[in-house]
Design a protein around this ligand. Structure first.
Ligand code: AMP
Length: 130
């Protein structure tokens, strides 16, 4: 059965899409730790980054670099934190999170409650910065 992220790629489930190419896809995390929190994923399903083919993994990182640099242009932060967890969704994804302190990467913190309008706005800003 397709993962929830594959269903997002296929347009069955809505998302705030930032970008895609033939192999990779980026969209806003729906329960963000920070404004601009984005997920980058391979289109080909794989459940664990450390088991990806080298070429696919390097492509994913290069794609994440492009997206992270765009986020950094439009969200005020010290840098973009990258993390891989994958305990919730078994489809490889890298979290890109604007951070100012180590605690901003703490996933046990309460998530932000952003409105649809706020998510749409930050999505458009990041897209424009690409
Ligand atoms: P994890 O697998 O632990 O890295 O967490 C999965 C992440 O995916 C969480 O940060 C969720 O908020 C996010 N997520 C789950 N479902 C969706 C969705 N439909 N759209 C956007 N983000 C999602």
């Amino acid at each position: 059965m397709a993962t929830i992220f594959t269903r997002i790629i296929q347009g069955e489930i809505p998302c705030y899409k930032i970008a895609e190419d033939n192999d990779y896809f980026a969209f806003l995390d729906i329960n963000p730790l920070a404004k601009g929190h984005t997920l980058v994923i391979p289109k080909k399903e794989s459940d664990y980054l450390l088991r990806m083919e080298d070429a696919e993994l390097s492509g994913l990182i290069i794609f994440a670099k492009k997206i992270g640099n765009a986020i950094e242009k439009v969200v005020s932060c010290k840098r973009i934190g990258l993390t891989v967890i994958g305990l919730e969704v078994p489809h490889t994804h890298i979290h890109l999170i604007p951070i100012n302190a180590i605690s901003d990467m703490e996933f046990s913190r309460p998530k932000l409650k952003l409105s649809d309008a706020e998510l749409a706005e930050i999505c458009e800003l990041i897209k424009a910065a690409l």
